[in-house]
Design a protein around this ligand. Structure first.
Ligand SMILES: Cc1ncc(COP(=O)(O)O)c(C=O)c1O
Length: 424
């Protein structure tokens, strides 16, 4: 790890050396005093997306009307999917932009299980995003409850999954291994290549949820021979609130799969209006119905800064930021009872860190309501700090930590109720 210092001057020097510093100007950051550490939940509005929103509404919807479908709307899920493929190491024809992460998991996992009716094991972990676990439980019920869902727990520190338990749980009866590449609380990052190879050696398929890694960690789905992936575009990709998610299906298995939702967008020739379903070729069979064109096209513009910056440069800055944040946690905040809730080694974490404190929830409220700092809180005690490398400066990181220090020094959190708001 680099030699850091706790001075603001040091943070400014890091900014002076930052090759990505100019990317900040591509985003609308209205309030210069706001320290936004939640780009891992909802990315900031790119100016390109703002401009696109106006154009899509005024020109495309406003003037083209239904002609828009023949001017690039119909192909948008595939076109934008191919662009997004550049960010996740997927060659053309394997990524579609569509639906939500939860729905895409439902479609792909159901399809993977139906392909292997004699294998009854689904392996996941307790670090996975709860929606993913609920979707798996629902699928199991729909398929007759014949599957065993195994949730691998933590190693002894609650930060890292028990990798040896995971490895020994994957056996010849395993149909599907499905995990979050970067886990949402601790930020632990799985080795896609290693787990995929292991699963394949036992004949299992693998599905990765990339929601917390896409746009901040380089991913090579083709090289790793991953079977499936899903992920959202509203976090590090800055696609906008509720922007469509994506799915990846490896070209080697596409034509063996059947979607559990047979809609007309997944039909081979939808405008023949055949009365019987025939699946479209390749991944397109995983489309179901009409796509939300406004948010899809805004998202297409929103991912431009990520494509321009390139994943290697983004990862380098992200590692420097999270290393710096770990340093500030240890040197500025440990005295107030904070402990690191993320792996200490940068190679083992994504672009957010969790810092743990028994009063984490109330500290989060004080930061948002009095300090103009926006992190988020994940029960039971994680104050989660996201470092989006496209628009966060090192001075922001320093300032964010200094304001947390003030909240602790002046015990500002004590006036907030322990009762939680709906969204934390
Ligand atoms: C890792 C992960 N998976 C799945 C989801 C659910 O995504 P969606 O609400 O788009 O279905 C989220 C949402 O934040 C997430 O972080």
């Amino acid at each position: 790890m680099k030699d850091f210092s706790i001075t603001l001057d040091f943070a400014k020097q890091l900014d002076a050396d930052d090759k990505l510093a100019s990317f900040r100007d591509l985003f609308l950051l209205h309030d210069p005093n706001l320290i936004y550490l939640d780009g891992n939940s909802l990315g900031v509005l790119p100016k390109s997306a703002q401009q696109k929103a106006r154009e899509v509404v005024d020109e495309q919807w406003g003037k083209d009307l239904i002609r828009g479908w023949n001017k690039g709307w119909w192909e948008a899920p595939v076109r934008i999917g191919d662009k997004l493929g550049q960010i996740i190491g997927a060659s053309a024809g394997q990524v579609l932009v569509t639906d939500s992460v939860s729905l895409n998991l439902f479609k792909l996992a159901t399809s993977a299980l139906t392909l292997q009716p004699n294998k009854k094991r689904i392996i996941t972990d307790t670090f996975n995003f709860p929606s993913d676990l609920y979707i798996l439980q629902g699928i199991n019920q729909n398929l007759g409850n014949g599957h065993e869902i195994i949730r691998i727990g933590a190693s002894d520190n609650d930060i890292t999954p028990d990798i040896s338990a995971l490895e020994s749980a994957i056996n010849e009866n395993t149909a599907l291994v499905t995990l979050s590449h970067v886990v949402f609380k601790s930020g632990y990052i799985y080795d896609i290549q290693r787990i995929t190879e292991l699963a394949h050696s036992k004949g299992a398929l693998v599905l990765w949820d990339l929601s917390h890694s896409v746009g901040s960690v380089p991913i090579e789905l083709d090289q790793c021979n991953a079977d499936f992936a899903i992920g959202c575009t509203y976090k590090y990709l800055n696609g906008g609130p509720g922007a469509p998610a994506f799915l990846y299906v490896n070209k080697n298995i596409q034509d063996k799969l059947s979607s559990p939702i047979w809609g007309w967008w997944g039909q081979k020739n939808p405008f023949d209006f055949d009365l019987d379903y025939r699946p479209a070729d390749g991944a397109q069979r995983f489309l179901a119905g009409t796509q939300p064109m406004l948010s899809m096209l805004i998202m297409e513009a929103g991912i431009e800064p990520t494509l321009q910056a390139g994943m290697q440069a983004l990862r380098e800055k992200s590692i420097l930021m999270t290393d710096y944040a770990v340093y500030l946690t240890e040197n500025l905040l440990a005295q107030y009872g904070f402990t690191l809730g993320s792996p200490a080694a940068s190679s083992q974490r994504g672009s957010h860190i969790s810092i743990r404190h028994a009063e984490g929830y109330r500290i989060n409220r004080a930061l948002i309501e009095e300090m103009n700092v926006i992190p988020d809180f994940r029960a039971p005690d994680n104050l989660r700090l996201g470092f989006a490398p496209l628009y966060i400066s090192f001075a922001d990181v320093w300032e964010g930590f200094d304001r947390i220090r003030k909240v602790m020094e002046e015990k500002l959190y004590e006036k907030y109720p322990k009762q939680k708001l709906m969204v934390t």
